[in-house]
Design a protein around this ligand. Structure first.
Ligand SMILES: C[S@@+](CC[C@H](N)C(=O)[O-])C[C@H]1O[C@@H](n2cnc3c(N)ncnc32)[C@H](O)[C@@H]1O
Length: 225
């Protein structure tokens, strides 16, 4: 029997919307601020503005959900360099959450364009920005991606307690494979097991920013820089 997720819209502390997945028992963003999280836990630690200055940025949005993290990164990159070429690949297995993009209006400049995404239309191009979502289990779809391809990886599964399969060494090995030599992975979790599995996969980690919760996030790279 398929369990149909019950998605309930909620407002987070920065007054921006997200959904609570009542089947999983978790929300899609931090209750301390959904849009704040996209900027401060992902775009800033992955140095998106700095990378945009080079003229080309490629982003992997793991567990795409409503797409806040990559939509924010595109907005930041274009604010820094309006001529930047940007490619986003999103990995998501639940078509239901993609339909919810139509029901929300976060204050993310590029988000209006994300409304072109539906479970039937999983890609669009606007000038030099390309967005594509690969629907399926990220642990499988990632295998189709080229190595050394991404400047930034936004790693945003449900929590290690709820979705331990997403935080294992094997999946982090794939993250290592697809990350560029000078690329940066960011995630909200600082759990010991997460960091141990990153290390086993060859990633070097450090504290990410502390945003609205007690612990820091984690940033990871392939090499010291
Ligand atoms: C914390 S939410 C991500 C929120 C998202 N980054 C956003 O900005 O809305 C976790 C997401 O992981 C997705 N997910 C869970 N297991 C997955 C899997 N094996 N492969 C791909 N996506 C998965 C869920 O459907 C959910 O959308």
């Amino acid at each position: 029997m398929n369990i149909i997720p019950k998605l309930k819209k909620i407002i987070t502390a920065d007054n921006t919307e997200t959904f609570l997945n009542e089947t999983v028992g978790e929300s899609y963003h931090s209750q301390t601020g959904a849009v704040e999280e996209a900027l401060k836990k992902y775009a800033i630690p992955c140095r998106i503005r700095e990378k945009a200055k080079t003229g080309k940025v490629k982003i992997l949005d793991v567990c795409f959900g409503l797409g806040y993290n990559s939509a924010m990164a595109i907005s930041e990159a274009l604010a820094e360099n309006p001529h930047c070429e940007i490619e986003v690949v999103g990995l998501e297995f639940d078509p239901e959450i993609i339909t919810k993009i139509q029901e929300i209006n976060p204050p993310i400049p590029f988000y209006g364009d994300y409304k072109k995404l539906t479970p039937e239309t999983l890609r669009f191009q606007k000038e030099k920005v390309q967005v594509k979502v690969l629907l399926g289990d990220a642990r499988e779809t990632v295998k189709d991606l080229s190595e050394d391809a991404f400047d930034a990886i936004f790693f945003d599964p449900f929590s290690p307690k709820t979705a331990p399969e997403m935080w294992r060494e094997e999946f982090f090995r794939e993250m290592f494979r697809v990350l560029k030599r000078d690329g940066i992975l960011a995630t909200y979790s600082c759990a010991r097991i997460v960091r141990e599995n990153m290390s086993k996969a060859g990633l070097l980690y450090d504290d990410g920013p502390i945003v609205g919760r007690r612990g820091p996030g984690t940033i990871a790279t392939k090499w010291v820089f």
